[in-house]
Design a protein around this ligand. Structure first.
Ligand code: GAP
Length: 450
């Protein structure tokens, strides 16, 4: 595909998401806010399916994994200890005329500069040397560091004492609960804690639909290991990330690993692999896998004065566990799923749009139609089949609007894998037509075999 075709595909996905109720702009009736999206009814369904697969793979199916759901607003000392108060910043540059602010690395990239490993000072020099201007063709100021955490004040006084932040990663809610889990469950090493929840980042330049937003969800594991075993545990999770990619129906051929250079790693990491996906707007980070050493527990122990060491009963040794962290963005997962699934073909000379979602992820697994809307006996039977499936816990939708062809198109567009039609034969022999979304193939199936 050429780049304008990629752009076109992205626009089609964005428009489908809005039209069919996957995503809406946040606060849309007030014009929306950059970097905030609301999940619509189908988006919520998709999100829950992704979360359930993740939770099952990383928490429920494992013997040594525990789940938590920590608060979004945390004690200010958390961010001192975690290093986010000092280090969680992006390089920013301002248009000296319009005062619009941009990511300095993005401006450089757009001007053909490879920014890997560049410090803010080096970016500054390059912008000056190359005479790079803002997108509005105005001179740019100095590159500064902008802290991305959202500030808030707790209680009635808005002063420095009450100031804290919304969490920028779910990980910190895990580290602050590490000792609670140790004390309640007495696990041996290695063990892990998983969490799914919201994170907030005041991104300088939110962009590319769900890719870079200011409020998003993360699915993270902090896996506590004996220091000498970090490499094997890192490799274990490297494989698990690939398994998850396949389990949610992301096209694995579009994913590749990037060993992140030391200069580009987060402040807490001694090794990071980024899993990158070929989005329609380019190859960008999907997930991260990091070796966080004992950085977080050591610092939280020092700042809180609480002993966060672990006593290994077998070795009779006390030490601070090291941490392996696979980190998954939920919105990026959904964008990768939608980009992998978006398909078009031609049916009867018309373009048909369909989402090749796997049944585990699709908002609905089945749609049930009566062949004719104005025949009560068909409608009644179709409603009966619909209710039985629904009671069995199948995600199913009933549709009797427009002709069958239109109903198929509507279901194709939201990725429903199978459509069931109830016709006059159904009343005779209890069979229905099941039509496959991808091939259009139709089969006669007994109702009880559905
Ligand atoms: N706890 C580690 C951590 O937060 P990160 O690389 O900053 O590491 C992890 O973020 C994942 O969260 C990313 O790989 C991505 O999937 C997602 N993510 C990060 N920033 C995001 C944003 N602004 N919008 C959407 N997803 C984001």
């Amino acid at each position: 595909m050429k780049s304008n075709e990629h752009q076109e595909q992205m626009e089609k996905i964005v428009s489908l998401c809005k039209r069919r109720g996957f995503f809406y702009k946040g606060s849309e009736i007030y014009g929306g806010m950059a970097g905030f999206f609301d999940y619509g009814p189908l988006g919520v369904a998709l999100k829950k399916n992704v979360e359930n697969i993740w939770w099952h793979m990383f928490v429920d199916s494992q013997d040594n994994m525990y789940g938590v759901d920590a608060t979004l607003v945390m004690h200010p000392n958390v961010y001192q200890a975690s290093g986010h108060a000092k280090n969680f910043a992006d390089p920013m540059v301002e248009d000296l005329k319009t005062n619009k602010r941009y990511r300095a690395d993005h401006i450089l990239e757009e001007n053909g500069v490879d920014v890997v490993g560049l410090s803010p000072d080096e970016m500054n020099i390059l912008i000056k040397e190359k005479g790079i201007k803002s997108p509005d063709k105005n001179p740019l100021g100095e590159v500064t560091q902008f802290n991305m955490m959202f500030q808030t004040f707790v209680g009635a006084n808005a002063d420095s004492e009450s100031k804290t932040y919304l969490r920028p990663e779910t990980a910190q809610g895990i580290f602050t609960n590490y000792k609670n889990v140790l004390d309640s469950f007495h696990p041996k090493l290695p063990f892990g804690i998983g969490q799914i929840g919201k994170s907030f980042r005041n991104e300088i330049a939110p962009r590319d639909f769900l890719f870079r937003v200011r409020e998003f969800s993360q699915m993270e594991v902090e896996y506590f290991v004996a220091p000498e075993t970090w490499e094997s545990n890192f490799e274990f999770f490297q494989k698990r990330v690939w398994e998850f990619i396949s389990a949610v129906g992301i096209d694995a051929k579009k994913v590749s690993e990037l060993e992140v250079s030391p200069e580009d790693r987060a402040h807490y990491s001694e090794r990071t692999i980024d899993f990158e996906f070929e989005y329609p707007f380019g190859k960008k980070e999907l997930y991260g896998l990091a070796y966080r050493t004992d950085y977080d527990l050591k610092n939280h122990g020092e700042v809180s004065k609480v002993d966060l060491s672990f006593f290994d009963e077998d070795k009779k040794e006390r030490f601070i566990p090291h941490v392996i962290e696979p980190s998954f963005g939920l919105e990026r997962t959904i964008l990768a799923i939608l980009s992998s699934a978006y398909s078009e073909d031609e049916v009867n000379g018309e373009t048909r749009v369909f989402l090749k979602l796997i049944p585990e992820i699709a908002p609905y697994q089945f749609a049930v139609f009566p062949l004719l809307k104005n025949k009560p006996e068909l409608v009644e039977k179709a409603k009966e089949v619909y209710s039985v499936l629904k009671q069995r816990g199948v995600r199913v939708i009933f549709d009797d609007n427009g002709n069958i062809g239109k109903r198929y198109r509507r279901q194709d567009e939201i990725g429903t894998p199978s459509c069931i039609t109830i016709d006059y034969d159904t009343l005779e022999d209890s069979t229905v037509t099941v039509r496959d979304r991808d091939t259009g193939e139709q089969k006669r199936v007994k109702i009880e075999e559905l």
